[in-house]
Design a protein around this ligand. Structure first.
Ligand code: C2E
Ligand code: MG
Ligand code: MG
Length: 706
């Protein structure tokens, strides 16, 4: 008989009371390359096993004292020895003793051979049992490893048969309740998961079986109050069913959401940022293109935000931006927007003090202007921030799709350009971008060339607007307002060329001309009408910073012979706030000359009462935007009244600008306003008209002219 190489050389414990049998067995085992140890009875066999556990046991059933069954049972019970439970034990039974065979299995035998023994095949039999047990051992290890892996991964694991019944299910320790039921095995997916998820899971499982490829899908489960997200990965086991791993990805989703928020939200105000707005714009473009609709992009920038930041600090600046975004949100919430989009999406902060609003489904341009007006109104209410009362205005530019641009970049750029145009037109304005605006900007250069010549060519002239003393209704002063009679474009109002003059520095010679002309005119009235009429002249920031200003003022006064107390210089809040130290020095010099100072357009810039007090100005002119809504607008009425009270508290005179009606004047009088100016009392007029007015007023029979 040829010796077969054993898969792994092994040792066999042979237990038999018959020495001949033992001898033969040993012989056969050696033949197939196995080692053997002998035991002559049961106790010897157990002792040998304990001493040196063999790889297999050949055990005779029939032994005196302790039979093979007892020995087998005893070996299996040797818990201290690892292999005792699994070592293959072959029982040698007598003849056709079926009962012995059954009993052998019952006590834990692996196999049996019956007498008479077929010696030539005994060795092989032993070898195959050894091999099989080896395979089983390996399987057992693999299984243990699989279980360990499954226990180690946080996922819930399940097996599903082709029909959708759970064959296996193991709750992952981190997978939460990927299935809402504790016990899934034996149930159908539709009994465990909500219908739509179960349906999808089955579909995917079928696809996995058909393609033999891994698939994965996400689903959400509402577990109590929590919405949790899961990711299921499915793979075919190769045996016609599907293995699934489910992971709780709620944390990841939350992180993704947070990243999305960070990427798309402005961290200061919580509203969408530039990126989000650009994407929204893209979506709106696609939608409007398809639906043949119009929309508008509104670009808002706060006037003089930088100054607030610089003087009151970044905390107040931040607070202001947050409050502004809240007001904007409230302003655009109601009707104009929100059709196919969720509310709040249309508003974004592009950065700094720049905000944008998308107005979809626009029927008429007027609707966009109405939104702009509401935004302006919302900004005009004073902001109470950190103990400061702040007044803010906004400049707004609007571009329209499809008229102004066909892509998001152009639309945003044009809205921005329009906003700058609005600012140049005196702030607190809203302007539409239109092709004419491009023209205007293009002709800016031409305008500048023209403005340089305007002085030499005598194209500038002054109009004078009366200022009335409210209690007596008497004209006590006038404000000089410059005009430019352009040879081609006709009369250009100051708002259209003063910004350009400031930009180019031309305001300095123009301002000097205005000052000299106004002083001369005031002196002339004093002589012809024998009335001391105060002359108010507007001073731009650029002039105020000019170190020659005091010289120019002195010279204008000297040349005209006007008394300094009859000249009033109007400064804006912006001019004063720019550089506090230089401002104080300049104010000191001007006061030294004896001229009066007033603050123009009060309320539109940034209004800090404590600053005003330091500047020690004579008068405060309430901006016409507050007067325009009177007497109906309760907010403006309250602001106006507050400004008057406060100014009086600081011993300042209050002048109301833009008085257009009788009711406004009556209300202002009731509030104790000192002086008023406006179309109702007299439009800006040429000097002859003013001379007329002054003469009429002097005549005692006529009622006071307004
Ligand atoms: P301002 O100094 O606030 O002048 C008042 C403006 O309000 C004037 O506009 C005047 O015509 C207008 N106004 C007066 N009463 C009413 C009214 O009842 N209703 C309405 N809606 N408006 C009224 P104007 O003349 O167009 O001047 C605009 C601005 O241009 C002035 O605002 C001033 O800031 C500036 N400006 C005018 N002349 C000069 C100047 O000589 N030098 C400088 N630096 N700026 C000037
Ligand atoms: Mg003025
Ligand atoms: Mg004004």
């Amino acid at each position: 008989m040829a010796a077969h190489p054993s898969p792994k050389r092994g040792t066999v414990l042979v237990a038999d009371d018959d020495p001949v049998m033992r001898l033969l067995m040993l012989e056969m085992l050696t033949q197939v390359g196995l080692d053997a140890v002998e035991a002559a009875d049961g106790p010897a066999a157990i002792a040998s096993f304990q001493r040196q556990p063999p790889d297999l046991v050949l055990l005779d059933v029939d032994m005196p004292d302790m039979d093979g069954f007892a020995v087998c049972r005893a070996i299996r019970a040797l818990h201290a020895i690892e292999s005792a439970a699994t070592v293959p034990i072959i029982m040698v039974t007598g003849g056709d003793d079926l009962e012995a065979v059954t009993q052998a299995y019952e006590v834990g035998a692996t196999d049996f051979v019956s007498k008479p023994i077929n010696w030539p095949i005994l060795g092989h039999r032993v070898l195959y049992v050894l091999r099989a047990s080896d395979a089983i051992a390996r399987l057992r290890v693999a299984d243990a490893q699989n279980r360990a892996v499954l226990a180690a991964i946080p996922d819930t694991f399940f097996r599903l048969n082709r029909d959708g019944y759970y064959l296996d299910y193991e709750q992952g320790h981190e997978a939460g309740n990927a299935f809402p039921l504790e016990q899934c095995v034996g149930r159908h997916v539709s009994q465990v998961l909500p219908q739509h998820i179960a349906g999808h899971l089955l579909e995917q499982a079928q696809a996995v079986l058909a393609s033999q490829q891994i698939r994965s899908f996400d689903y959400e489960l509402q577990l109590g109050l929590q919405l949790r997200h899961f990711e299921a990965r499915l793979v075919s086991t190769g045996a016609g069913d599907v293995l699934g791993l489910v992971r709780d990805i709620s944390e990841r989703k939350r992180a993704e959401e947070q990243i999305r928020r960070l990427a798309y939200c402005d961290s200061l105000t919580g509203i969408p940022n530039r990126q989000a707005f650009l994407e929204l714009l893209e979506r709106e473009l696609a939608h409007s293109r398809q639906a043949g609709k119009k929309f508008a992009v509104l670009f808002m920038d706060l006037d003089s935000f930088k100054r607030i930041n610089d003087t009151l600090g970044h905390n107040v600046g931040d607070l202001l931006l947050q409050t502004v975004s809240e007001r904007l949100r409230d302003t655009i919430r109601p009707s104009d927007v929100v059709s196919h989009m969720a509310s709040g999406n249309h508003l974004a902060r592009l950065g700094g003090d720049e905000f944008t609003i998308l107005i979809p489904d626009l029927d008429r341009v007027e609707d966009a202007l109405a939104v702009a007006q509401r935004v302006k109104d919302a900004m005009r209410r004073p902001f109470q921030l950190d103990g400061n009362e702040i007044f803010v205005t906004a400049s707004i530019g609007i571009s329209l799709y499809p008229e102004d641009g066909q892509d998001s970049e152009s639309l945003l750029k044009y809205a921005d350009t329009a906003m700058y145009h609005a600012k140049n037109c005196g702030k607190n304005n809203a302007k539409l971008y239109s092709s004419s605006l491009t023209m205007q900007i293009m002709s800016h250069v031409k305008l500048e060339v023209g403005l340089r010549k305007a002085l030499q060519n005598n194209e500038l002239y002054l109009l004078y607007q009366p200022q009335i003393d409210v209690p007596s209704s008497q004209i006590v002063g006038v404000e000089a307002l410059v005009r430019w009679r352009h040879p081609e474009h006709g009369v250009i109002p100051p708002n259209d060329f003063i910004p350009l003059a400031e930009e180019t520095g031309l305001i300095v010679p123009i301002g000097e001309w205005v000052l000299r002309t106004a002083c001369t005119q005031a002196k002339a009235w004093q002589q012809t009408c024998r009335r001391a009429i105060r002359m108010a002249v507007n001073l731009s920031a650029r002039q105020f910073k000019d170190e020659n200003l005091t010289q120019i003022v002195l010279s204008a006064l000297g040349d005209s012979g006007l008394e300094p107390r009859l000249l009033e210089l109007e400064l804006t809040e912006g001019t004063l706030m720019d550089d506090a130290r230089a401002t104080m020095a300049m104010l000191e010099q001007l006061r030294g000359i004896g001229v009066l100072l007033s603050i123009d357009d009060f309320g539109t810039g940034y209004s800090s009462m404590s600053y005003l007090k330091r500047f020690d100005v004579r008068a405060l002119k309430i901006d016409k935007s507050f007067i325009v809504g009177l007497p109906q607008d309760p907010e403006n009425a309250a602001i106006t009244r507050a400004i008057i009270a406060m100014a009086h508290g600081l011993r300042m005179i209050v002048v109301a600008e833009g008085v257009e009606t009788d009711e406004q004047l009556a209300l202002l009088e009731q509030y104790g306003c000192d002086m008023a100016q406006g179309f109702y009392l007299g439009r800006p007029s040429p000097q002859e008209s003013i001379t007329q007015m002054l003469k009429v007023q002097r005549a005692p029979a006529t009622p006071a002219a307004r």
